[in-house]
Write a protein that binds this ligand. Structure first.
Ligand code: BES
Ligand code: ZN
Ligand code: ZN
Length: 482
């Protein structure tokens, strides 16, 4: 989809359809030309309420405010109304609360994110979203003057970020057979080539040689070899080094602690953290962020098989700690344990991991919110600020010393599950914390994206399936780094 900016008045722009946002019941506005019909239909302009009029070719969408977050959702929502219409171009005015660039960016993101569809496995792929061009008029709702440069910078940034999110979604939506660990590494290599950044890919032998036994153990049940992937974006002007670590379980069957059938469905999405890391690097390179960014991905399947790792196994991780395996379905923390140890060799200023780590995080926060954990409140607050600005929901799940005791093991240093029904997202975070060196404790934040990463329904700007959770939030965080 193309987004263009036009200096013409809206009414003079040629397009097949038009989108009009109606602020809280304010039907008295020059763009609302179907006021009587809207009143007749008792249109209250509530958020998410929308109506399409075929005769005027306009869709009216209710809006709570002109905050970027509301604009983003409303643009995605509006697009849905033109799905089956014979309409290839749309026009829309500008809605600016404070900052024209932020508004234009949010609108562009909303359109690009709302336009995404995954059709690869349809025998007759047919795009349902028809419009392929959207024209932003510089004319503003309250007649504010809109700086063209700012608007086009917003459209450009929104385009880069949304295409990184869509790229992430695309990887996640592919089947486990189409994205095995080896094929994931192939995707990472292609990305590295396309955006001209460094990449190293390591195999099973490397894991064994470097004592990454926890990661290796998880991979043993699969016929597909694991891959440890390291991408490096190193702009010349960088003063800060960020290391991102992504959980890349290309399929999580649960292993010998096999998942029940219903819980196994959607587990192709257990690679969401890893896919987000690739998406974030793509966006960072596109935006030319002045930050050095390393992306570390632990890619493997978690399967059953004659050589699968077992409950009762004791594994020695890269940092020397021993882990009693009590449940092979708590595999993500084992892969991340070694990947986090590996990541710290690069001496990060900030260390972030993204993982579909626990169902418990969804129980705690609901399925739309990212769980934020770590030892440093200031850093967690920066993440929460990035959440608010990016429009991705996130909330802190606080560590405490009582929960920390639950991962102590009688036979090894720690165990991979607690045996308690409660606090599972936090105890998983605390488990990861065991693999963060003391000197790096305040640099690390864990993002549990199990909830929002994949939904079997549309929500906000997200289609059925993968959402690309974490990309927008982390890119915002990276943009805030000086
Ligand atoms: N990949 C799952 C977590 C998950 C669940 C992600 C639902 C997305 C949606 C993870 O590996 C897992 O299986 N976690 C277990 C942990 C348990 C065994 C302590 C869980 O959440 O049930
Ligand atoms: Zn699992
Ligand atoms: Zn998993």
């Amino acid at each position: 989809m193309k987004i263009e900016i036009s200096r013409k008045r809206i009414k003079d722009i040629k397009a097949d359809g038009e989108i009009v946002f109606v602020l809280k019941n304010k039907l008295d506005h020059k763009w609302v030309t179907d006021k009587n019909d809207l009143a007749f239909l008792q249109f209250k302009a509530e958020a998410d309420q929308a109506l399409l009029f075929a005769h005027s070719r306009k869709v009216y969408v209710g809006l709570e405010s002109f905050r970027p977050d509301d604009l983003r959702s409303a643009c995605a929502q509006a697009l849905k109304f033109f799905r089956s219409a014979n309409c290839s171009s749309l026009k829309i005015g500008m809605y600016v609360e404070e900052n024209a660039q932020a508004s234009a960016q949010a609108m562009a993101e909303g359109f690009h994110l709302g336009d995404y569809e995954f059709l690869k496995y349809k025998s007759k792929p047919k795009k349902t979203n028809q419009p392929n061009k959207i024209i932003f008029a510089l004319e503003e709702y309250a007649d504010k003057k809109v700086d063209e440069k700012k608007a086009s910078a917003g459209v450009r940034q929104g385009g880069i970020i949304a295409s990184a999110v869509n790229y992430t979604r695309e990887i996640i939506n592919h089947t486990p057979d189409d994205v095995t660990p080896e094929k994931f590494a192939g995707l990472a290599k292609k990305l590295a080539k396309d955006i001209r950044i460094g990449i190293s890919v390591y195999d099973e032998k490397y894991l064994l040689k470097h004592n990454m036994n926890a990661f290796y153990a998880v991979s043993r049940g699969s016929i597909h070899e694991p891959r440890l992937i390291h991408l490096a974006y190193k702009p010349k002007n960088a003063r800060t080094r960020v290391v991102l670590v992504g959980k890349g379980i290309t399929y999580d069957s649960g292993g010998l602690s096999l998942k029940p059938s219903d819980s196994m469905i959607t587990m192709k999405s257990d690679k969401s953290g890893a896919a987000a890391v690739l998406g974030i690097l793509q966006a960072a390179a596109g935006l030319k962020l002045p930050v050095e960014i390393h992306g570390i991905v632990g890619a493997t399947e978690n399967m059953i098989g004659h050589n699968a790792y077992k409950p009762d196994d004791v594994l020695r991780a890269k940092n020397g700690k021993t882990i009693e395996v009590r449940n092979t379905d708590a595999e993500g923390r084992l892969v991340l344990a070694d990947c986090l140890a590996f990541a710290q060799d690069f001496q990060p200023d900030y260390l972030l991991d993204l993982a579909t780590l626990t169902g418990a995080c969804m129980v705690a926060l609901g399925e739309y919110t990212i769980g934020v954990m770590g030892y440093n409140s200031e850093l967690k607050n920066k993440i929460l600020a990035a959440s608010a600005e990016s429009g991705e929901l996130a909330a802190e799940l606080p560590f405490n010393k009582y929960l920390a005791k639950l991962i102590k093991s009688q036979v090894a240093d720690i165990k991979n599950v607690t045996g308690s029904k409660y606090g599972g997202a936090i105890t998983a975070g605390l488990f990861l914390g065991e693999f963060i060196d003391r000197k790096n404790r305040d640099k690390w934040v864990h993002l549990d994206i199990a909830g929002p990463s994949y939904q079997e329904k549309e929500w906000d700007c997200n289609p059925y399936g993968a959402s690309g959770a974490g990309v927008r939030l982390v890119v915002k965080f990276l943009q805030s780094i000086k």
